[in-house]
Write a protein that binds this ligand. Structure first.
Ligand code: TGC
Ligand code: FAD
Length: 401
């Protein structure tokens, strides 16, 4: 299925390990999982890779991609009912891996739509809210976003200032959310706000009076992804817009587990794409009369990158099996996100050097992935936050404050 030269066995070793799956992790998947992986990989090859360098350069993502991803069946694919496929966590993870091998921005689009916005409605919403939004979101007809972060409240969402106050049977919302993926193209924003009774979630429809979502420009990372502010100025909402089952900060944090899990897989995909690009390049780039792949220093880099890619993929699969077995805890997800995003960053930086000057252009995917991963290591909990979550689990001592 992979069109890259690096999917073929190394020359002269037809029986050897495949460079794109050295440890044969694919053999640990069942037929359905392999089918989903290969279908999404083909979609990325046809619908993403030929265009994503331009989207990144032009800082845009086509709106039609939502419909195409809906038809592919990956929007909320791990949710049950309401037009969602109800697939396993492992299958969803494999889809994230293939999407992020294309671009982190495309995986991000899918994560925010399915694991944050749709998951929040599915887990915490009323039956009416689910019926109203989930089928259209699964089809990519309606776009969702998830507003937790604020200008003064990032790693510490408990310090949020967005305020929701009762006014008769209604709520009045005031405040600003920041760095919100899909924000200015969203038909519905899941907005988390402080109330007299703790944190609550609200569904804010596009066009609600007092609600604007200006796009954030000048990003040098995740450029094939829309990022916005959400500004709420006396936005009046009926109580039916409140997610009735979310009653504390646990509401949004539970959603984060879902999206972070997808990133564990996605980072392995970005790393694989960078490694493959470096391997292909090193076999064909001639210096000192030989392919640079024949120099020991470059082979050491290739071996280390292959090791990181395979270790990240195995870790993702292990966490996927745990999630499907119901034994995955948030601390496990933190370990996966910390390990795999750091590994992907290392692979991307090494691959960029293997490509020499060509490594700094969008003609190759590597610097795009490298820059994207700077967002991935920051959003959904920074590397520091995940180290502290693991530290608290190991020691029993919370070191956040
Ligand atoms: P803390 O007192 O520990 O917890 C408050 C309540 O939440 C519960 N809880 C969790 N529940 C489910 N899953 C988790 N991972 C949970 N972590 C905590 C906790 O049990 C408690 O429940 P209850 O019922 O007792 O009220 O909260 P804290 O204020 O000390 O903060 C802990 C900390 C720092 C780990 C947390 O706030 C955190 O994760 N900070 C990072 C913020 C973050 O990740 N933001 C991401 C925003 S969304 C985004 O970036 C989208 S990017 C686009 C894309 O995904 O592609
Ligand atoms: P801060 O929390 O201010 O952190 C700054 C530095 O301080 C970091 O290095 C951090 O690790 C460190 N630090 C903070 N606290 C501690 C501590 N206790 N101990 C040690 N070090 C600490 N948010 C959403 O709600 N929805 C979205 O859709 C969304 N999409 C995003 C898309 C992009 C492209 C980006 C870049 C961000 C997005 N975010 C989104 C926001 C993201 O979740 C936050 O950027 C992230 O949670 C970190 O918050 P911050 O940027 O305010 O950094």
């Amino acid at each position: 299925m992979t069109t890259s030269a690096s999917s073929a066995p190394a020359a002269g070793r037809p029986e050897g390990p495949r460079p794109d799956d050295f440890l044969d992790v694919g053999a640990l998947l069942d037929d359905e999982e392999r089918l989903i992986r290969d279908t999404v990989r083909q979609f990325v090859a046809n619908e993403v890779l030929p265009y994503v360098g331009d989207w990144f350069e032009e800082a845009r993502v086509p709106r039609e991609l939502f419909g195409a991803l809906g038809r592919l069946g990956v929007l909320g694919m791990h949710l049950e009912g309401y037009g969602c496929a109800g697939s396993s966590a492992t299958a969803y993870g494999l889809a994230c891996m293939e999407l992020e091998a294309g671009d982190s921005g495309i995986r991000s689009l899918v994560s925010v739509q399915g694991s944050l916005a749709m998951y929040a409605i599915h887990r915490w919403g009323s039956e009416e809210q689910k019926q109203a939004w989930l089928p259209r979101m699964a089809a990519g007809e309606a776009v969702g976003c998830f507003g937790l972060t604020e200008p003064d409240s990032g790693s510490d969402p408990g310090s949020m200032r967005m305020r929701a106050e009762r006014d008769g049977g209604d709520w009045i919302l005031n405040g600003t959310k920041m760095w919100i993926t899909n924000g200015s193209i969203a038909d519905v924003a899941v907005v988390w706000a402080r109330t007299d009774d703790g944190v609550r979630g609200f569904l804010v429809p596009k066009g609600a009076p007092g609600f604007t979502a200006p796009e954030i420009h000048k990003k040098l990372s995740l450029r094939a992804s829309v990022t916005s502010e959400l500004v709420l100025d006396d936005v009046r909402l009926p109580d039916s817009a409140r997610l009735p089952e979310a009653t504390s900060l646990r509401g949004p944090l539970a959603c984060l587990n879902e999206a972070r899990y997808g990133i564990v897989w996605g980072a392995a995909g970005a790393a694989r794409a960078c490694f493959q690009s470096a391997l292909d390049y090193s076999r064909t780039r001639i210096q000192f009369g030989k392919p640079i792949a024949s120099f020991q220093l470059q082979q050491a880099k290739l071996a280390q990158m292959a090791l990181e890619v395979n270790r990240a993929t195995l870790l993702a699969l292990h966490l996927g099996r745990m999630k499907d077995a119901g034994t995955l805890r948030p601390e496990h997800v933190s370990m996966g996100k910390l390990a795999n995003v750091n590994a992907a960053l290392e692979v991307a930086r090494t691959a960029r050097q293997v490509l020499g000057a060509n490594g700094v252009t969008l003609e190759y995917p590597v610097i795009r992935h490298m820059n994207n991963l700077e967002s991935v290591v920051t959003y959904e909990g920074t590397a520091d936050v995940h180290a502290l979550v693991i530290g608290a689990a190991l020691t029993g001592i919370q070191a956040f404050r």
